[in-house]
Design a protein around this ligand. Sequence first.
Ligand SMILES: NC(=O)c1ccc[n+]([C@@H]2O[C@H](COP(=O)([O-])OP(=O)(O)OC[C@H]3O[C@@H](n4cnc5c(N)ncnc54)[C@H](O)[C@@H]3O)[C@@H](O)[C@H]2O)c1
Length: 375
Amino acid sequence: MDTTKITTTREHVLVTGAGGYIGSVLVPVLLAEGHSVIAVDRFFFGPAPAPAPGLEVVREDTRFLPRHLFKGVTRVIDLAAVSNDPTGAHYPDSTWAINHRARLRTARLAREAGVDHYMLPSSCSVYGFNPSCVDESSVPAPQTDYARANLAAERDILPLADTDFHVTVLRLATVFGLSPRMRFDLAINAMSRDGWKQQTVRLMRDGSQRRPFIHVRDVTEAFARMLAMPSSVLNKHIINVGSEALNIALRDVAMTVSQQLSRTCGTTVSTAFYGSADSRSYEVRFDRLRQLLGWLPGTSVATGVEEIVDALENGRTSDGPETIRLDWYRHIEQSAAQNTDLVMHGSLLRHPDDARPAAGQETPDTVSVLAGALR
Ligand SMILES: NC(=O)c1ccc[n+]([C@@H]2O[C@H](COP(=O)([O-])OP(=O)(O)OC[C@H]3O[C@@H](n4cnc5c(N)ncnc54)[C@H](O)[C@@H]3O)[C@@H](O)[C@H]2O)c1
């Protein structure tokens, strides 16, 4: 990377999903770096952040963002989403409405308002499971509504990019590590919690299957580094965000959990295999991240496991129902009468207008989607 290109401009950043697992780590980092932040979220998983210099909190649904919100904004980080496969399978209509159509709408509003740079956090899950090592030029093979909706967002938002409106897609590896809005439905976090709580790590046979991982603080560092670069350098790029060193076999994650627990709590952890042999193993290359940013994430699985176990042990985090995304959305829906403070636009996660595209029309062209996307 040409480091002379790094700028120190203070940006005015609109972050959607600011109250989520990644967003709640990211926003304080952006503020500490001197950027001002508009933190947008429905705050399904906990209260909005406390007031802070440079921070504006907006409780709103990304399906209904008003135009005026984008005035003066220079960059958008569009994290708000239904954030995993099981939730996507349970709420497919809302997953398409939020992950695809709302993001397309947000990108369009950003472009109209003169925002310089729109960043779309997508997922390495768009690759599906591929026997070879994949990079950004590999043909995606999304297997789920969550992955298909993310891919559709990529495909419809990237063409909005031009010389004034810059678009970057970040395909994140699976995230791990401690966050104020903890998720225990992510593989490494779940294994750490299970090892600590039950002295057993559940492992799908035979454990040799590999996945790419990244620590949540490294995700925020990737965003922070991109904000410090001229957006034109990142324009129209799809970038895998992770590192080859963290393409890790699940049995090695289990081993790390076991070693860490034995060090921290003197506990012996066993592994319980389940299921039939899982052939869904894949590895991802991160050359483009290395080339464009001159950096690769380096926080180890052991560090993530250590901080999670330590936080559980010392009561600084807990594994309440909100830490499993699907369980929590179902819970607030079933107890809607007690959760009226979470209701917006007459609904919780599901809105009556939500719809998934008809079969075979999952990546509609930009123009027709935009025509229908602006409510
Ligand atoms: N965590 C991972 O392992 C991972 C991996 C790859 C990609 N990603 C992507 O990163 C993004 C953030 O992931 P996360 O782990 O922080 O998820 P998360 O579920 O913790 O956070 C999502 C946030 O979006 C909010 N939200 C959901 N629907 C909304 C709506 N319609 N309007 C306003 N706010 C809404 C929720 O309240 C929540 O705070 C997602 O787009 C996800 O797909 C995450």
